[in-house]
Design a protein around this ligand. Structure first.
Ligand code: HEC
Length: 184
């Protein structure tokens, strides 16, 4: 093998490597194509309105937040008779102990009112002061205020009676019999 042949072969290899670099650079976006760095919209500071909480709301936390942050207007029991209302500084809010108040709206509606407030009517926005979890906790706690202990006990009795009557078992077996492949 001559020295000339060796030089030619190294030169060809060098040109090949250079071409490869140019091609790779073009693929990487150096060839004038815009580089796609992200395919998702950038996060905004506003929380997404999912309409439901990510974790089960903590009702005990909701109760303590209500006492600290809401009772001055809504009253300790949620009747709308807080001290600022009694002093005539705030117009009376709806009575949370009245089932009609709760039935008229969904918990997610209340979550949105708590988040954004209705400042023109005296209800402050809580998005800045409470986290999303805290707002769900206090929204769901507020929703429970229309449920009396008597109703909870009545619900428990209905449930017990239906368990004793085998309702759930029959219901369960009825559902299973409709499944195309029954789990054993
Ligand atoms: C400064 C007084 C004030 C405070 C504090 C306050 N609220 Fe209110 N809230 C009101 C008033 C007044 C309304 C009625 C607004 C209206 O009529 O549009 C209201 C309305 C609401 C509603 C909507 C009820 C409905 O049926 O439309 C919810 C839910 C609510 N408040 C929850 C809360 C929670 C939870 C807190 C505490 C984190 C809180 N509020 C703190 C005054 C207050």
């Amino acid at each position: 093998m001559t020295t000339g042949g060796l030089i030619t072969r190294s030169f060809v290899r060098l040109v090949g490597v250079l071409c490869l670099i140019v091609i790779l650079a073009a693929c990487e976006g150096l060839g004038g194509e815009p580089v796609i760095v992200a395919t998702q919209l950038p996060a905004t500071s506003a929380p997404a309105d999912r309409g439901y909480p990510l974790d089960p709301p903590d009702l005990a936390l909701g109760a303590s937040l209500f006492a600290q942050r809401c009772a001055a207007c809504h009253g300790e029991s949620g009747r709308g008779d807080g001290e600022l209302v009694l002093a005539g500084q705030i117009p009376p809010p709806p009575d949370f102990t009245d089932p009609e108040t709760a039935r008229a709206q969904r918990p997610s509606d209340w979550f949105m009112t708590i988040t954004h407030g209705r400042i023109e009517n005296g209800m402050p926005p809580w998005a800045g002061a409470l986290t999303e979890d805290e707002r769900w906790a206090v929204a769901m706690f507020t929703y429970t205020m229309a449920t009396t202990q008597g109703q909870l006990e009545q619900g428990g009795e209905v449930h017990q009676a239906s368990v004793q009557a085998g309702y759930w078992q029959n219901h369960h077996e009825g559902l299973l019999s409709k499944m195309p492949c029954r789990p054993q």
